[in-house]
Design a protein around this ligand. Sequence first.
Ligand SMILES: Nc1ncnc2c1ncn2[C@@H]1O[C@H](COP(=O)(O)OP(=O)(O)OP(=O)(O)O)[C@@H](O)[C@H]1O
Length: 354
Amino acid sequence: MVALAPSVAAARLAVRRALTGLAGDGPVLVACSGGADSLALAAATAFVAPRLGRRAGLVTVDHALQAGSDQRAAAVAAWAASAGFTPAEAVRVDVAGRPGGPEAAARQARYQALVEAARRHGAVALLTGHTRDDQAETVLLALARGAGPRGLAGMPPRRDLSGVPLLRPLLDVTREQTRKACAALGLSPWEDPHNTDPSYARSRVRADVLPALVRALGPAVLDNLARTARLVAADTAALDALAAAALAPPDPAVLADPAAAAGGAGGPTPAEVRVPGGGLSVEALAGLAPAVRTRVLHAWARELGAAPAALSHRHVAALDALVTDWRGQGATHLPGGIRVVRRAGRLNAAGPIA
Ligand SMILES: Nc1ncnc2c1ncn2[C@@H]1O[C@H](COP(=O)(O)OP(=O)(O)OP(=O)(O)O)[C@@H](O)[C@H]1O
């Protein structure tokens, strides 16, 4: 009997962990570019899913940006069909006319197509091949741009993507392992020229920065960066939960009878951040820990209609200054033409300027 390559075993174990306990009986859908990471993911899923009584499908997106991309997509879909994936689809997208640079436009088109495919096939989850190396790169890039804890938390192993659960089973598997797994299985991955294009910051981190860090600090640096992401993610989730609780609508029991809600002992009730009639209470906001308060303000700004992508830490800092550095300043302007003013102990929003 031929021994199972450790790299293949590692990928299968990771996929088994991710698929175990998934609710619903639809298929899982692997997003596969044909590169080593998502090919190793696909091969592991083709092995594991049927053994868990789960169907597996595969979608590859053709961005139509490089010559021969349609042939690559067709080859990936043909391999998927031969490996037993149903569906095994190549989907062509139109990247032109989308906002942002070419990379962002391709990414947006890709995720839109993947979500549509997941819905079309009633998939219970979409699987991507992000590895521990991708995670380390993400954390370093976040650190370099001063992204704060949300960026340092890296990519979560699961998140919601427009109503579709997105799973990243290989976040603890290295890129070296995915390459070895493909080699052990006789699969020939596609090399995306973008991955080595030095005009992308991520490619430079991949080619120069991480190897330099490993040389200087040892191979554990990759694991350590990924662990940092997990630790920060746990803290961030706790702070997010506190902020969500603080921003929850006022408890009707407290509004009706504050003393009774406090247990009848006349003790203080926690100050309500939301005030009846709209707006937020400055006094209640001032009583929150800064890390919770800035999250509350960020969430409130989004609720008012400020687009998350346009909402920067400067906007949140300006809102925070209305609470903690009040000098009678005028309105704070948020993306989308939203103005926030402090009046009579409240932060109130005024809609987009006409
Ligand atoms: N053309 C494609 N078709 C289908 N899936 C793809 C394609 N390109 C990438 N993916 C999926 O996305 C994963 C990550 O790929 P890549 O790192 O190139 O994307 P990304 O833009 O960095 O994604 P993210 O921004 O979410 O990190 C791959 O492992 C694969 O699962």
